[in-house]
Design a protein around this ligand. Structure first.
Ligand code: ADP
Ligand code: MG
Length: 497
């Protein structure tokens, strides 16, 4: 394959984590990251920061939520000089949301050193960005198209760039930004340092890396070692037609503060979000067909808690650091283990706990077992919740909030009224009526039928799962004969998402 030296980190090495001080990070930056509440480096930070601070080119491969931003942010801030007039670093990101998020984190890391970063992305008035550029930020975090735009207008010049970072490189290539990226890189000085971060390392990334990087060190944090230890993982076997019902029941029972539901296609995301709203849940959908403005609005509502349930495609949720997500629902099974880890990596972050529930149809069970095998983590089977379970869940929510209310609120002005009511009525009847009034009982509004989920694009067809023996490779079929189709295995077609 490629002759990139790969350094994979295994468990033993992760346990001997160094401190930030031991990574020789200068005091101004140390102070800033300590203010951010970072106590210890994550594995990818521990591995990459020293190499990057030596000036080496580097490829960092690790799952979402492993702290890649600071892994490049710290060396980048370290490299920037505060009294220079020029842009010294650029970070290229696939989406506007990510550009904003990264710029914000870099501004925190650079706060004491007074290194300023600004985000540059399509959809925002270019005049406003030009004004911001006049303040001479040392670092630009931008999406490829808009960066090119500014370079053409000569409002961004790359002659003095010391470091280029490609963040979420796989996503950028998937989105068709390859030419733009190459064009940007061509205009940066030869002797710059290059860092590339990505959750996956498909061939086209390796090709790109070989094209523009100088003898890069490749750091790979094995996803199996960092699988979201704080997330409880469950699955429920459910027919396609029941999925919406099951989702509503789970939402009733679990009453999540902040949940993400993953759907396989944009169309399904819209349909799920609409169905949930109709049933009275505070839900909105997000995917790539929405305008930037819409996406921003949805994300803001979700972050501030106005919306409790975000329904998303993988791509839309990719790379976003959304903290405080308590529940993940894989409405449709993710296509591969990396996708799975990626999705559930949205919860249980930074010491919080989370619950991830995956819906599988009977023909997808094999696929789930395959994921389970590869991530080396048990995904516990749970029974399908019943309508009664859901009602009990809703009632419990009401009882909890009633008890909490009785404890915290000043209800003295109501006590007289309560006493007089109780003189003529039975207390159980009254309380039961009050509880029923407060409970949002499940409506029987018929749930809409969703458009079909495209068949699972499987990578695991050369393996079969056996209840007793676990996974084994299918024996190679004799040449010139069609292999027998495993009737349980979903078809390997239709990769389009
Ligand atoms: P990635 O880019 O790998 O998906 P991020 O850089 O977005 O991950 O980091 C995920 C979250 O973890 C962010 O909220 C970030 O502030 C936090 N974080 C990063 N590094 C540390 C650390 N060393 N200690 C505590 N929290 C951290
Ligand atoms: Mg990231």
């Amino acid at each position: 394959m490629v002759n990139l030296k790969e350094k994979t980190i295994n468990k033993g090495e992760i346990e001997v984590l160094k401190t930030f001080e031991e990574l020789n990070i200068p005091p101004l930056i140390l102070q800033a990251i300590s203010n951010m509440g970072f106590e210890e480096p994550t594995p990818i930070q521990e591995m990459t920061i020293p190499i990057a601070m030596m000036g080496r080119d580097l490829i960092g491969r690790a799952q979402t939520g492993t702290g890649k931003t600071a892994a490049y942010g710290i060396p980048l801030i370290d490299k920037c000089e505060v009294d220079s007039e020029y842009i010294q670093g650029i970070v290229i990101t696939p989406t506007r949301e990510l550009a904003m998020q990264v710029a914000e984190e870099l501004n925190k890391i650079g706060q004491n050193k007074r290194i300023r970063s600004i985000p540059i992305y399509g959809g925002q008035e270019i005049e406003r960005q030009i004004r911001a550029l006049k303040n001479r930020p040392q670092i630009i975090v931008g999406t490829p198209g808009r960066l090119m735009d500014h370079m053409r207008r000569r409002t961004i010049k790359l002659q003095q760039i010391k470091m280029v970072v490609l963040d979420e490189a796989d996503e950028m290539l998937n989105m068709g930004f390859k030419e733009d990226i190459e064009e940007i890189l061509k205009q940066a000085p030869e002797e710059r340092q290059n860092l590339l971060f990505s959750a996956t390392m498909p061939l086209h990334i390796q090709t790109l890396a070989r094209e523009f990087m100088k003898n890069p060190e490749l750091i790979h944090i094995d996803p199996r070692e960092v699988t979201v230890a704080n997330t409880e993982q469950q699955y429920i076997e459910t027919p396609e037609k029941m999925k919406l019902d099951v989702l509503c029941r789970l939402l009733d029972i679990q009453n999540p503060d902040s949940a993400i539901v993953f759907g396989r296609t944009k169309r399904r995301v819209d349909e799920i979000a609409e169905a949930l709203s109709k049933r009275g849940y505070s839900a909105e959908g997000i995917h790539g067909d929405l305008s930037q403005n819409m996406r921003d609005t949805v994300m803001r509502k979700f972050r501030t808690g106005t919306v409790d349930v975000l329904v998303a495609t993988d791509v839309a949720a990719r790379g976003l650091d959304i903290t405080g997500v308590t529940h993940i629902y894989n409405f449709d099974v993710p296509q591969d283990p990396e996708g799975y880890v990626h999705r559930i990596g949205r919860t249980g972050r930074a010491g919080e706990t989370g619950l991830a529930t995956t819906f599988v149809t009977s023909r997808e069970i094999n696929h789930l077992k395959y994921i389970e095998e590869l991530i080396k983590h048990k995904i516990t089977r749970k029974p399908m919740p019943t309508a009664n379970d859901a009602l009990a869940g809703l009632q419990r929510v009401v009882v909890d909030s009633l008890l909490g209310f009785a404890e915290k609120e000043d209800i003295n002005q109501y006590k007289g009224l309560a006493e007089s009511l109780l003189e003529e009525n039975d207390s159980i009847t009254l309380l039961a009526a009050a509880l029923k009034m407060l409970t949002r009982e499940p409506t029987n509004n018929p749930l809409p039928e969703l458009s079909a989920a495209p068949p699972m694009p499987l990578k695991s067809l050369d393996k079969v799962y056996d209840q007793k023996k676990g996974f084994r490779r299918k024996s190679n079929p004799p040449r010139n004969s069609t292999p027998p189709r495993n009737p349980n295995a979903p078809r390997n077609s239709n990769r389009g998402r």
